[in-house]
Design a protein around this ligand. Structure first.
Ligand code: AMP
Ligand code: MG
Length: 533
């Protein structure tokens, strides 16, 4: 196929369904709930829906698949990606995995509402797996319905794309469709079930394999399939590591550790809180996966989690994400141990996580502050982070405004902190003590910048390249959802458009950079989310 191939009809997508070709299938047929042994997946078809309607699609993801705009606006696109028609080459299936949920082993989970359509190989030879989320029950649906509602689908669709444009490793989203059917959800788990619009997102990633796929095979003592899945994953997604053998399994695990560390540092950089870092929600490729009750830090608070289901223990709070990723990698190490049968190299690989995290975190903080040299004293960071936490400070706005302060001219203390005032939620919290600490910190910071010899222009440019102006603020997503639920998709599409370019000032979109309004403080969906989706 030539490099400029343009696909106008979905039937022309080039499917090469290696996953189902090379891995063992569930021997049992039929779409009923069951435990699945000795297999990586079950064949299952999406459930047709009443009236597919396109809410939005990502032109960048369409381009990855060589799809033209014509293909994406056609009615057939809505039909196919809402689950009503299989286009040529699609061979749908759901995968089998387990996982630790909130620290406890949960046994078989699996794709309870995700159906893979197959893998497209694009004109560049890249492999992209397509997956519908919310397209009906599968053998892994347990007691649930296999469906998804519009609000959670808008959140998944927008956040996948926002994260990509922020430079955070993530699964992508091609499309967001309404099904024309309603889905019953008890959003607050308080005995108030409501009908909500049903929706389907088509997710796209090189692979959707999770730590939990390996864990379940190990838990069941199925070493044959465990090895098959590991070998398949290495050959397909880590081909640079060479043919699978014990030393390669170790290299592979070390790479998973490294990629996971890189991903977590990005999360910390942009203030993303995943909300449900169960091991079944950890991608073997180090991609952010499964956007559920995630949230974005507004006021900097390491203890914050958006997930009301985790409100008590706050296991998955912002400040705990690095430790949790490490714990999850430990579970993956246990799962693949039979392939290696040595503890020491696995432990060394786990150290790769710690080293990569530490190094990247230091570099990330230096970047956020526009420093070229990594300060040897951690005080600069720790004092800053204490200050951010002490009074309600919008993290995103703070770093953008910090880029504006002058390090080259002597200014009065008041003039020095003036640019930062936009970041504070409760200005009265800035008492004299706080202000003097902040000024002292700023003066230390200014000295460091001067030691580096960086001009303010260069520093600003550097900082603005890593400190986003626009993130998917929780309340912005909710406003777009409110509108979409009324049948108006402009909010979703405007946000999608703005979040394509998160580091540059967009005068027309200034409203999307504003801090959370007061009304959003306690409104559901804006600061608190349940797992109901
Ligand atoms: P999550 O916490 O969203 O990652 O989901 C955990 C498990 O529950 C996975 O196995 C999901 O496939 C499954 N699940 C979540 N929601 C549904 C649903 N509405 N129908 C079927 N399975 C679901
Ligand atoms: Mg999940």
């Amino acid at each position: 196929m030539n490099a400029h191939a343009k696909i106008t009809k979905l039937d022309d997508l080039n499917f090469d369904n290696r996953y189902i070709r090379e891995l063992p299938a569930d021997a049992e047929a039929g779409n009923h709930r069951r435990q699945v042994f000795g297999a990586c997946y079950s064949r299952v078809e999406p459930t047709p829906v009443a009236n597919p309607q396109r809410v939005a699609y990502s032109q960048e993801v369409a381009a990855l698949l060589d799809l033209t705009e014509e293909a994406c606006v056609a009615d057939d696109f809505a039909q196919v990606f809402a689950g009503n028609r299989l286009s040529a080459g699609m061979a749908p299936y759901s995968t089998c995995y387990g996982g630790h949920q909130f620290g406890s082993w949960a046994g078989q989970l699996g794709d309870g509402r995700a159906i893979n359509l197959g893998e497209v190989v694009n004109a560049k030879g890249e492999r992209w797996a397509l997956q519908l989320k919310g397209a009906g029950p599968t053998p892994y649906s347990r007691t649930a319905d296999g469906l998804a509602v519009l609000r959670s689908s808008v959140r998944e669709f927008l956040c996948s794309e926002a994260m990509f444009h922020l430079g955070v490793p993530t699964t992508r989203a091609l499309s967001l469709m309404l099904t024309g059917e309603s889905v019953i959800r008890d959003m607050f788990y308080n005995g108030n079930p409501q009908a909500e619009p049903g929706a389907v997102v088509c997710r796209v990633a090189p692979s959707f394999t999770r730590f939990g796929n390996f864990q379940l095979l190990n838990a069941r003592g199925d070493m044959t399939v465990l090895k098959q899945l590991a070998d398949y994953t290495i050959r397909t997604d880590f081909p640079h590591l060479g043919e699978p053998e014990p030393a390669v399994y170790i290299d592979w695990f070390a790479e998973v550790c490294r990629r996971t560390a890189e991903m977590i540092v990005h999360w910390q950089r942009v203030g993303f809180v995943h909300g449900v870092m169960n091991t079944d929600n950890m991608s073997i490729l180090g991609l952010t996966i499964d956007y559920g009750p995630y949230g974005w830090l507004e006021n900097y608070d390491p203890n914050w989690t958006p997930n009301t289901t985790d409100a008590e223990n706050r296991r998955y709070r912002y400040g705990n994400q690095p430790q949790i990723a490490f714990w999850n990698l430990g579970q993956l190490a246990n799962a693949i141990y039979p392939l290696i049968e040595q503890v020491e190299p696995l432990q060394q690989a786990l150290n790769v996580y710690k080293q990569t995290f530490e190094q990247n975190w230091q570099a990330m903080m230096a970047d956020k502050l526009g420093l070229t040299t990594l300060p040897t004293d951690k005080d600069l960071y720790t004092e800053l982070l204490s200050l951010l936490e002490l009074v309600e400070t919008d993290m995103t706005i703070f770093y953008r405004q910090l880029a504006l302060i002058s390090t080259q001219y002597d200014v009065s203390d008041d003039a020095l902190i003036a640019p930062l005032s936009a970041a504070y939620y409760v200005p009265e919290q800035l008492n004299a003590d706080y202000k003097s600490r902040l000024i002292a910190w700023l003066k230390t910071y200014i000295k460091r910048v001067q030691q580096d010899g960086t001009s303010d222009d260069v520093r600003r440019e550097r900082m603005n390249a890593v400190n986003p102006k626009y993130v998917l603020r929780n309340y912005l997503a909710q406003l777009a959802i409110d509108q979409a639920e009324q049948g108006d998709f402009t909010g979703v599409n405007e946000l999608l458009d703005c979040l394509r370019d998160p580091y540059n000032e967009q005068p027309g979109n200034a409203a999307f950079a504003e801090k959370r309004p007061d009304w959003a403080r306690q409104r559901a969906g804006c600061s608190m989310l349940s797992c109901s989706s």
